[in-house]
Design a binder for this molecule. Structure first.
Ligand SMILES: [Zn+2]
Length: 576
């Protein structure tokens, strides 16, 4: 064991108490250095928020190799300074409270553990690029560990770690759960399924396999030795996180049996799998290697998530799970999402990327008025770029070719690209005269010209303005109480004195319930005036509100019959 400079032991005695136990030995430390600084990350790559993982670390101790206590002190929120004297080996031990089930935190109960390495394992800056070892000790009766880490043959649940970045990029699932295997390109893929699971297993596995095959075909390679899908099914949960040769996804098992939601699930799988290339390899220069101590800033998160979000639905179509009509409906919903989001008028895509840490990842009741999603707008922009490339190249090229160029760049340079390099590569693939379509859409809030780009594929963009817009508020109902959750800018509610958290009691003297309130909100005529009776901080008050002529814009995408030959060809090759 001593050949490794860092050796981790992870155990989980009494899992019902939700504490992971971590013991680490740091070996071959320089004898002349009086102290070492042991750190735990404050965030995890792929999820751009400082999560302060150190808050869950308890009962930290440090010993030398003859088990004598060593003095230590915390020098900041996530660093322990251990005074080791002449010692060449130091052992630390601590507990990590683990009871937050998401793809970027830890969870442990008497059935299973999901381990997010950056939230769990401490490191020494000076050993970050060195090989390490991880041994997992399971509670009695638990049998399985699933992870992308390299298993050491002949040793129980022991893994070799190339460097700390790879450890951080390899979450673990431990317990007794179902696993399924399949092969693509001679490589093994394991699907680990924790939780209630009512779907047909064969279909489930073969559908995931089909997505892997579609992406394999697109890139012409699978850049790993083996791949692990960690799937946790838990009611009300949704989320996914990409990793080097694995993904972690949480999803609601009861939604998984719904035909429509099942396609969303497949899009989630396609999304996280696509990140294998776009983000894990092809990436903006700032996205790795990382500083785990603080935020890393990039204006190009929209590249990471926009391209991936465009391709997730697109690949579900290409794999044959969406019909052309269903796909156009998905796109029209995405357009509606952006166009009804007031934040698009005040926040550019680059600002949204840069401030993800404090805005997109820390949303509040006013967020739709102030930010635009770099997933949503980024995906629509890449769709427009894809269509512009298809049109410019007379249907010879597409964004797929740009992706392959990006991948070549990664392989040659082994680093991320700058915004200039991104633009240069697009021009190199498409042609030096290819017009710059991105700049205003990235740096300003100029509205995307959907008509133009969709027109290249003969798709008509129909704004159906028949629906009256609601009065501009969202509410929820709990035990008969109707509470305002959001007020949308540019609507009658925004102009009135109704606040988030107000309780709506009556309108025009009529006691309202959920159904009645919905009716008022959506069926009001322009100029109609209302008196809302509300309760705010226990005080009853009346608030006036006047419906305006605002219309809910509905976006329908329809393939036109009579289009140019080129547009027809583009349509067929794109989504036909
Ligand atoms: Zn993503």
């Amino acid at each position: 064991m001593k050949e490794y400079k860092t050796v981790y032991k992870l155990s989980m005695e009494n899992p019902h108490r939700h504490y992971l136990k971590v013991e680490v030995s740091f070996n071959k430390l320089p004898a002349d250095k009086e102290f070492i600084d042991v750190k735990i990350p404050v965030w995890t790559p792929g999820s751009y928020m400082v999560r302060e993982y150190a808050q869950h670390v308890h009962e930290f101790t440090a010993n030398d190799f003859s088990d004598q206590n060593l003095n230590f002190e915390k020098i900041n929120k996530n660093t322990w300074r251990i005074f080791k004297g002449l010692e060449e080996s130091v052992q630390v031990s601590y507990l990590v409270y683990s009871f937050d089930l998401t793809v970027r935190t830890n969870f442990l109960n008497s059935s299973y553990a999901f381990v997010t390495p950056s939230a769990t394992f401490v490191y020494l800056e000076e050993f970050k690029n060195e090989k390490a070892l991880l041994k997992v000790e399971l509670p009695e009766g638990w049998e399985k560990v699933s992870t992308g880490l390299k298993r050491i043959e002949g040793r129980t649940n022991t893994f070799q770690i190339e460097n700390y970045d790879i450890l951080v990029d390899s979450p673990l699932l431990c317990g007794n759960y179902q696993t399924f295997d399949f092969e693509v390109d001679g490589k093994n893929h394991e699907i680990a399924v924790q939780g209630i699971f009512k779907n047909d297993k064969n279909t489930f596995v073969s559908d995931i396999k089909k997505i892997v095959e579609t992406e394999f075909e697109l890139f012409g390679e699978l850049p790993y030795k083996d791949y692990t899908f960690i799937c946790i099914f838990s009611p009300g949960k949704y989320g996914g996180l990409e990793h080097l040769n694995s993904m972690a996804v949480v999803f609601d098992p009861f939604e998984l049996v719904d035909e429509k939601r099942y396609k969303d699930w497949l899009a989630l799988i396609a999304h996280e799998f696509f990140h294998l290339w776009n983000v894990k390899r092809i990436r903006p220069i700032e996205l790795g290697p990382f500083d785990y101590d603080q935020e890393i800033y990039t204006k190009l998160l929209w590249v990471a998530e926009g391209i991936t979000s465009y391709y997730d639905d697109f690949l579900v179509l290409k794999t044959g799970f969406y019909t052309t009509e269903e796909y156009l409906e998905v796109v029209s919903k995405n357009i509606k999402r952006l166009q009804t989001n007031y934040g698009r008028n005040i926040c550019t895509l680059e600002e949204s990327s840069f401030d993800a840490w404090i805005k997109f990842y820390r949303q509040n009741e006013n967020s739709s008025n102030t930010i635009c999603s770099y997933y949503n707008k980024g995906a629509l922009l890449i769709m427009c770029l894809d269509l512009a490339i298809r049109n410019y190249s007379k249907n010879e090229k597409s964004f797929d070719d740009v992706l392959l160029r990006f991948n070549k760049f990664y392989k040659e340079e082994k680093r991320g690209f700058t915004k200039e390099e991104f633009k240069e590569m697009v021009k190199e693939v498409v042609g030096s005269d290819f017009p710059e379509i991105l700049v205003n859409y990235l740096e300003t809030t100029e509205e995307i010209d959907y008509e133009k780009y969709l027109g290249y594929a003969g798709v008509e963009f129909v704004k159906d303005e028949a629906l009256p817009r609601n009065l501009g508020l969202d509410f929820s109902e709990k035990e008969g109480t109707l509470t305002v959750n959001r007020i949308y800018q540019g609507t009658p509610s925004w102009d009135s004195d109704i606040n988030v958290n107000d309780e709506i009691i009556a309108i025009d003297g009529i006691r309202v319930n959920k159904t009645l309130l919905e009716k008022f909100l959506t069926k009001s005529e322009s100029g109609q005036k209302f008196k809302f009776l509300i309760a705010r901080d226990l005080e009853i008050r009346e608030v006036e509100l006047e419906a305006t002529s605002l219309r809910e814009e509905n976006y329908k995408l329809v393939k036109k019959e009579d289009v140019s030959e080129l547009a027809e060809q583009i349509f067929q090759k794109w989504i036909g």
